[in-house]
Ligand binder design. Structure first.
Ligand code: SAM
Length: 187
């Protein structure tokens, strides 16, 4: 199974209809669409991207469906706490990060170690007990190896009585192969 599919499988185990999720890197909208489908009409998805171009592509893609359960937010995910209304604190069921750059877009608009760590820390404070964060990281991108190591190290430092961290490697032995991280807040 591809790591993107594994991330979706982990999310689907936790995120149920009527709940709220965040796509912290909307990109072309594939993860947002997946989350909208799970959320159902009574749920909600916040999709964030630093590039308006990505949100335009996400909006265009979602037009093919009849979802009305999402909100697109243009901003830096390191400001997640400010971007998401405060009533959602500790009530978010799932947060997805798919790091790197927009496929087909500007490769200089890439996720960066410092802001990624701040965003994950903010996401940790937003998820409910039992909630999950998935982070798909790409060590082969410029800066991606350091970013992937930093994410791994952040997960090492999590309080084991509060969070469970998982690392899922792709089948390739290459050091440049993508990595999937998942963090669950214990109930
Ligand atoms: C690999 S793409 C995401 C793919 C997307 N999840 C999908 O399903 O199509 C990474 C996205 O992260 C966005 N990004 C980069 N830095 C960001 C930041 N600091 N805050 C929010 N989004 C950022 C990029 O603009 C890009 O669209």
């Amino acid at each position: 199974m591809r790591l993107t599919d594994q991330a979706h499988a982990l999310i689907a185990n936790v995120f149920k209809a009527g709940e709220t999720a965040i796509d912290a890197t909307a990109g072309n909208g594939h993860d947002t669409r997946f989350l909208c489908q799970l959320a159902g009409p009574s749920g909600k998805v916040f999709a964030i991207d630093i590039q308006q171009q990505a949100l335009d592509q996400t909006a265009a893609m979602l037009l093919n469906f009849e979802y009305k359960n999402y909100e697109l937010i243009c901003g830096d995910h390191q400001l997640l706490t400010e971007l998401i209304p405060s009533e959602h604190r500790c009530r978010i069921s799932a947060v997805m990060f798919n790091l790197g750059y927009l496929p087909g877009g500007d490769h200089l608009q890439i996720t960066r170690e410092t802001s990624t760590l701040s965003a994950i820390e903010a996401a940790l404070a937003l998820i409910r007990p039992g909630g999950i964060i998935t982070i798909l990281a790409y060590p082969g991108h410029p800066g991606g190896a350091a970013e992937t190591r930093a994410v791994s190290s952040l997960l090492d430092q999590l309080e084991a009585t509060q969070f469970k961290a998982q690392r899922i490697y792709s089948h390739s032995d290459s050091t440049k192969a993508p990595r999937l991280f998942a963090v669950t807040r214990l109930e």
